[in-house]
Design a binder for this molecule. Structure first.
Ligand SMILES: [Zn+2]
Length: 683
């Protein structure tokens, strides 16, 4: 059987509904429900068999006492699934793994226990606080119960895929886990052992539950959700049919979590999906409305990162979807549908590989991406560069430049691999502790041309940029906020930008004014060390930028990148709020440029808000292209865009960017080129 396609326009429809609420789905009408979704251009919906309250939404014969007690449509899930599939809308069958309040109350012995011996709660809630966040342990008989319950769903309700939610990787000290740990030679009293065992448990569970789902239908799409997928999920990547990045930018994730996650996980040959929501803040935000511009930004960013789209919602307990919200979703998904031909099988193009800090510091927790990674993503995006996140095991050969932001330790094996990469023409940019061994005793990355001596003696210190690094910068000292390293420049170094220490470090004995001490007006130790193919910054520039965004940090990096990558894939002359993403559609012999211009504003204390679409006019683009360009047009209206080409560079102007603009750059095909050549020869 041919592999079923993963749909582009999905809805994740929560239905966590308390058993104390009466009249559940009293107004539900399957035809109306499916009609609203169809009209909103939705082509896949994730539907609930069981929510975090532990109530079932189908006519269970095995657990009739667990069906929601006030459910007016006893076979709600079956009715929903049938009505959707009749309209060719795919259905993912949802269940919850770790969070099930009903089961936790019935079987407290199945709840994970933390190292203090208390029942584990994902959100650290006490026993008398509201919430269904007690983590259930999948090494207890709970796992068999879960399979029995969900097995009945897979047996009786038609679906196209399976969505396992709350699939967390968490430490557990319950008797069942302790026994298994001892059998594996692990010490339950040791935190590192418990973490290793948490990973083992997650991998074991994922392998088990994927083959369980596939035993009902080998064509089922299987996906796990747990707030983040990243480096720690690599060992079980083949158990996922696709990766879904849960990332509601309002809350802990923020706007950088999604691109950072997607730019890494898209390296593993799986389809990727973004997952945002229609809520203002996060899940369960009833009767809140996501601003349309924010939803556009989030959905179109998914396309720009080479992903498909999911919007999360929760159906009102009386069984209705909000019609106006679905009109909004319909406007956005209608636009996605028109753009899809330019998104299908589009492969993101990247010439910079940024090492993910997750390889060394991953916790796997939602929204917990190291600052060095987010800072690198922010800086490179603002500078218009095309980049992936990578880890040390991937192929470096496809990148012209590798970036090791702030915290990437380099062992001998990686040093050798990076050495080979530089020898074959690759460029490196590293900062702060990147390039040191794990113990931070020495610099193992000899190509950087430095000897590591320890931490810098002064902080903050100052850079007065010289030569090519001074481009676009003020003539004077620039403060470097966070403490750098102390290094000596060695052989092969072509340029050193020195640092000026302050008059003294600020202490109670001597200080000056409110903040740090001013410049001592003499250069003392290296701040940026360049060889022909490398650059090393002593300061944690990426982390500082993520915390404070000093523009001079960006200028220093931009000046360094201009030397290492003089002809980037694409450039623009717009403001720093423009985001460019270049994808290649090889089969169509074209590349597609996504230009995004949405501006999140911190309008309130707690959230970044996108409310308005601020149009941009006449955005000038310079692109490196491998071949002769045949035509350039706007997508999807195919309005032609004039261009000029000089060798490998093509120049054009996007007349108007209204939030999201897609430009198709089409190449002259090989046979057309030959015809052209013949014509020229005759002339
Ligand atoms: Zn356990």
């Amino acid at each position: 059987m041919a592999e079923k396609e993963i749909p582009f326009r999905q809805i994740h429809l929560d239905f966590h509904t308390s058993e104390d609420i009466k009249g559940v789905c009293g107004e539900f009408d399957a035809e109306e429900f499916a009609g609203i979704l169809e009209e909103a251009h939705v082509n896949s919906v994730t539907l609930f068999s069981c929510g975090h309250h532990g109530n079932l939404y189908y006519d269970s014969k095995l657990f009739p006492e667990m069906v929601h007690p006030h459910l007016a449509h006893r076979n709600l899930l079956g009715e929903q699934a049938e009505a959707l599939r009749k309209r060719k809308i795919q259905v993912n069958l949802y269940t919850t793994i770790r969070w099930n309040k009903r089961v936790a109350d019935l079987h407290p012995e199945w709840i994970c226990i933390d190292e203090k011996g208390t029942l584990q709660d994902y959100k650290g809630k006490g026993y008398f606080e509201p919430g269904f966040y007690k983590n259930l342990c999948v090494n207890t008989p709970y796992r068999d119960f879960l399979k029995k319950q969900f097995g009945e769903v897979l047996e009786t309700i038609p679906g196209d895929g399976v969505w396992y939610d709350a699939a967390f990787m968490n430490e557990c000290c319950c008797p069942a886990c302790q026994k298994l740990m001892r059998e594996q030679g692990l010490d339950p009293a040791n935190k590192e052992d418990r973490q290793a065992f948490a990973r083992w448990t997650y991998y074991d569970m994922v392998r088990d539950l994927t083959s369980f789902a596939k035993s009902y239908d080998p064509d089922f799409h299987v996906c796990y959700n747990k707030g983040h997928v990243g480096y720690l999920d690599k060992p079980v990547k083949d158990e996922y049919s696709y990766f879904s990045f849960e990332s509601l930018p309002g809350v802990e994730w923020g706007y950088l979590d999604f691109p950072v996650s997607a730019k890494y996980m898209r390296n593993f040959g799986k389809e990727c999906l973004g997952l945002t929501s229609r809520f203002h803040t996060e899940w369960g935000d009833f009767h809140a409305f996501r601003n349309e511009a924010a939803m556009e930004y989030e959905v179109f960013s998914m396309l720009a990162q080479g992903c498909k789209c999911t919007i999360g919602d929760q159906m009102d307990y009386w069984g209705k979807l909000n019609k106006d919200m679905y009109k909004q979703i319909g406007r956005i998904y209608g636009s996605v549908e028109k753009k899809e031909p330019w998104c299908e099988n589009a492969v993101p193009m990247a010439e910079i590989g940024v090492f993910t800090a997750e390889e060394f510091f991953a916790t796997g927790a939602a929204g917990d991406i190291p600052g060095a990674s987010e800072g690198a993503a922010r800086l490179l995006t603002e500078l218009g560069h095309q980049f992936d996140f990578i880890d040390s095991t991937l192929d470096f050969g496809k990148y012209r430049l590798l970036v090791l932001p702030d915290v990437i330790p380099v062992d001998e094996e990686l040093a050798e691999k990076l050495g080979e990469y530089v020898k074959s023409g690759g460029k490196l940019l590293a900062s702060w502790h990147s390039g040191l061994d794990k113990q931070k005793e020495k610099c193992t990355l000899t190509d950087l041309g430095i000897t590591y001596l320890g931490e810098a003696p002064y902080s903050p210190d100052f850079i007065w940029p010289k030569a090519h690094l001074a481009q676009g910068m003020a003539d004077g000292e620039h403060v470097m906020y966070d403490r750098g390293t102390l290094v000596e420049a060695g052989e092969g170094v072509r340029f050193v930008q020195n640092v000026m220490p302050p008059v003294f470090n600020r202490t109670y004995e001597h200080f000056c004014s409110h903040l740090h001490s001013p410049s001592g007006r003499r250069e003392e130790y290296p701040g940026i060390v360049e060889t022909d193919r490398t650059a090393y910054f002593i300061h944690p520039i990426f982390t500082t930028y993520q915390n404070w965004a000093p523009k001079w940090y960006k200028s220093l990096l931009a000046n360094e990148l201009a030397r290492l990558l003089p002809k980037p894939l694409v450039k623009h002359d717009g403001p720093s709020t423009v985001q460019l993403n270049l994808l290649s559609q090889e089969r169509e012999d074209r590349v597609v440029l996504h230009t995004l211009h949405y501006v999140p504003v911190k309008k309130c204390k707690n959230l970044e808000i996108v409310e308005d679409v601020i149009p941009l006019y006449n955005l000038r683009i310079t692109m490196e292209v491998p071949r002769q360009v045949k035509e350039i047009y706007s997508v999807p209206d195919k309005a032609p865009i004039p261009f000029t080409q000089e060798g490998s560079q093509v120049f054009f102007v996007i007349p108007e960017v209204n939030g999201h603009h897609m430009t198709a750059i089409c190449f002259i095909q090989e046979n057309e080129r030959k015809k052209e050549d013949l014509k020229h020869e005759k002339e």
